[in-house]
Design a protein around this ligand. Sequence first.
Ligand SMILES: [Zn+2]
Length: 278
Amino acid sequence: VNAPTLDRAGARRSDARWLAGIRADPSARALAVTADRVCLHDGRLAQLPLAELDGEPLLLGLVGATPLFAVDVTGHPRTGMAGLREAAAMLSRGEAGLAAYASALAGWHRRHPFCAACGSATAVREGGHVRVCPRCGAVHHPRTDPVVITLVADGDRALLGRQPAWPGGRYSALAGFVEPGETLEEAVAREVREEACVEVAEPRYRASQPWPFPSSLMLAFTARYAGGEARVGDAELEDVRWFSRDELRAAAAGSGPFALPPPIAIARLLIGEWIARP
Ligand SMILES: [Zn+2]
């Protein structure tokens, strides 16, 4: 399944009768997931008969005429469960996106059983795309948290940072959550300033990637260095430094003292494109 071939059925999922019909459809399939794991079979997403799984079916959409759901199997151990990062490295981009979608949705339900407005237990509606509070009527939607990730370049050098928890030698593009009231461009400039004490200009959007740890959307940017001396600006990073193209080419090839994020990460796309430039 490629994500683009999935019809999310946004206009129909509020129709309870239509939902009941597709839930009862014997051809309905489901992905077995938890907030951070997904069930695989032969290196692909396992599409199990929905009727075989216990739990609230969360509608992902339609693949052709086939309804596809996710079911949270936390607490019901299954064989074939793999960590999302491990799975993403193995799956096609489309299936990795689908795994991210299913896990993010399941994780949101698991973390939001109660109304954020009044504390009452909420009920699942619209195939799992909203939770409704029976007491105060509030409608809660799954959230997606935007994160900007930026490759800052200055001619033949690029700025990367390193988090203490990463494997030894790994560096990546600078990233941080967008704050309320900010544009994406403002978030890019603020994050780079906070983390690396550097000013940037001309932020340019490149691509995006759902990142279900637990519910982020990574928004990848490039930006031009516009001043300041690179140094660690806050506690998130233990080092920031400039890299030459040759250093990053060596890291991409798996040689030398430095390492890059895994190919599934959008940071790797940004770095790979920069390395490839003449
Ligand atoms: Zn409420």
